[in-house]
Design a binder for this molecule. Structure first.
Ligand SMILES: Cc1cc2nc3c(=O)[nH]c(=O)nc-3n(C[C@H](O)[C@H](O)[C@H](O)COP(=O)(O)OP(=O)(O)OC[C@H]3O[C@@H](n4cnc5c(N)ncnc54)[C@H](O)[C@@H]3O)c2cc1C
Length: 522
């Protein structure tokens, strides 16, 4: 047992570190993180951070664009907080040392991305924004965080008398320890590793969401998994992303035969569906991204240039093969406007959370912003000793008529504890989950495809229960993937309409009666 903290932050991406840095200096804070402290999806972010910083732009316009992308499911108060507090958080980050790209007048250079009516995306190193943000936050953290437990996986939440009081941590050597705290923040990022075709790093296995579900916290909107339209089509896993900013600068999409077929600046869900339909029509595995007309690709997007060079592609003369890939988990642990969850003592921020800002589909470059804004709000709420409020997605899940239970799906499997996984089969099971999700629950789904995937997951879960106990790090990851995949399938199956990132071939219309959160309990 180690010392007791005021705040235990799980995750060292933008959300977790934004919280740690804003905690009252008299309070004790530690960070638990699964790999090296800089390893995160944040570090991989390319395009940038959306924020209203130019005179032609306005809060009203950024709010309107975010609400439009979310197709009737955003929580308007959460969007208002995101947009109005965003510019200040970006300014603080710059003051902490993040070096964003500037124009000749010394102002932020702004890019335009799909779904944004103005150029409002602040970036660094061309398309290496996340790496610069992570660098600045990790530097700042070193003077503030008392202890960093790196290469340590938070596997379970400790709950006593209905309150979260800490976490169980598995070390690199598979040792287990308990770390206790008055407040636990889950900032563990997304879960897109449930898919075989994804842009997410291998650590994005939905650990925080799964642990929260096991502890009884409410999770929401899991059917809305955003697919990025333009991941590089290659044998590499995860698939390298070709940032939206390329299209913002004039790159165009072409069918396998070279024809233009879609307005590249539409929101991601629309472009991903258009590409998927086109690929099905042409029976092709990818379409083309033509960036040959872009000036100075090599210097403007140096990281992408080097990825492409390694694949033998010269973007100034070759078209780039691209296809949609699972990219962002819009749902997550339901929180109020301060990041409080339904479990006292437990907070969530960043991609693991469902604050309500993304609704049915996230607007490009709003997620780094969400991590900064809501991570920081968690700290301010703890500083002020606040409890959960009836606001944001947490209020929505209490009101919704769409309440589901995972236990209806897990006929032979307990959601409340780690399953017994045969260690020799872990990587096969992981692969089987990812493949069935990509085949049956990606950009376009149907009742039939979702049921196929549910049956396969149930078989995998049942199989595992017959083997010996396995609570290793890899075992937890597979269990968490199973739980998060099931959460997506159960939620997607019950939403008999198409909306945003959730598209049902058998229910292609949007049903105004279903403009409600999907609340999921264990
Ligand atoms: C290729 C790519 C490009 C992107 N580009 C952009 C962009 O330009 N703009 C934008 O807004 N968004 C972008 N995104 C999305 C954005 O990067 C993420 O949504 C955001 O960084 C998530 O931040 P986070 O702090 O919530 O989580 P992360 O940055 O993912 O951090 C999660 C942290 O939790 C740790 N962790 C996970 N599980 C455990 C566990 N069990 N125990 C201990 N630690 C754990 C991880 O090690 C990590 O430190 C992009 C995503 C990808 C994949």
């Amino acid at each position: 047992m180690t010392s007791h903290f005021d705040l235990l932050v799980v995750g060292s991406g933008v959300a977790g570190l934004s919280a740690a840095l804003e905690l009252n200096p008299s309070m004790r804070v530690c960070v638990v993180t699964k790999a090296n402290v800089t390893t995160s999806t944040t570090q991989w972010a390319q395009g940038g951070v959306a924020a209203v910083v130019s005179g032609e732009d306005s809060f009203a316009d950024h709010i309107a664009d975010t609400l439009a992308a979310g197709v009737g499911l955003c929580n308007a108060d959460a969007v208002n907080v995101l947009v109005t507090e965003g510019p200040q958080r970006v300014a603080e980050l710059a003051a902490r040392g993040a070096q964003f790209d500037l124009d000749s007048k010394g102002k932020f250079e702004l890019a335009r991305e799909g779904g944004h009516r103005w150029p409002r995306v602040i970036h660094a190193g061309g398309s290496a924004t996340g790496a610069e943000i992570e660098r600045a936050l990790v530097m700042a953290m070193q003077h503030r965080v008392e202890e960093v437990f790196d290469f340590s996986m938070a596997s379970e939440l400790l709950v006593e008398n209905g309150r979260c009081v800490g976490v169980v941590v598995i070390g690199k050597d598979q040792s287990r320890r308990e770390i206790t705290a008055n407040n636990v923040l889950l900032a563990t990022g997304g879960a897109c590793q449930i898919y075989s075709v994804t842009t997410n790093p291998t650590l994005a296995t939905g650990d925080g969401m799964a642990a929260a579900l096991r502890a009884g916290a409410v999770v929401a909107d899991c059917e809305f998994v955003q697919f990025h339209p333009t991941a590089l089509y290659s044998q590499r896993e995860p698939r390298p992303l070709m940032t939206e900013a390329l299209r913002g600068h004039g790159a165009v999409l072409r069918t396998i035969n070279g024809d233009r077929f879609v307005d590249e600046m539409l929101p991601r869900d629309v472009v991903s569906r258009a590409i998927t339909a086109q690929m099905q029509n042409d029976q092709s595995a990818h379409c083309w991204l033509d960036a040959t007309t872009l000036n100075d690709f090599e210097h403007r997007f140096p990281n992408l240039f080097s990825i492409l060079q390694n694949e033998g592609i010269s973007p100034d003369k070759d078209w780039i093969p691209v296809a949609p890939a699972a990219h962002y988990f819009c749902g997550g642990i339901a929180t109020d406007l301060n990041g409080a969850t339904s479990l006292p003592g437990l907070w969530a921020a960043g991609e693991v959370a469902c604050t309500g800002v993304h609704g049915a589909n996230r607007l490009a470059s709003n997620s780094l912003l969400e991590g900064m804004v809501f991570g920081s709000r968690v700290a301010h709420a703890i500083n002020a000793n606040l409890s959960a409020t009836e606001t944001g997605a947490l209020a929505d899940v209490h009101k919704t008529s769409r309440k589901l239970s995972l236990s209806d799906f897990w006929s032979n499997h307990s959601t409340s504890s780690i399953s017994k996984i045969d260690p020799s089969r872990l990587s096969d099971v992981r692969r089987a989950i990812q493949e069935t999700m990509t085949q049956n629950a990606a950009v376009i789904r149907s009742a039939e495809s979702l049921q196929t995937a549910l049956d396969q997951l149930n078989d995998l879960a049942t199989d595992q229960d017959s083997a010996g106990a396995n609570d290793s790090l890899a075992g937890y990851e597979v269990e968490n993937l199973l739980l998060c995949a099931a959460a997506v399938l159960v939620s997607a199956h019950s939403r008999t309409e198409s909306r945003g990132a959730h598209w049902r071939a058998d229910w292609p219309e949007t049903n105004p009666q279903m403009a409600e959160r999907t609340a999921l309990l264990p």
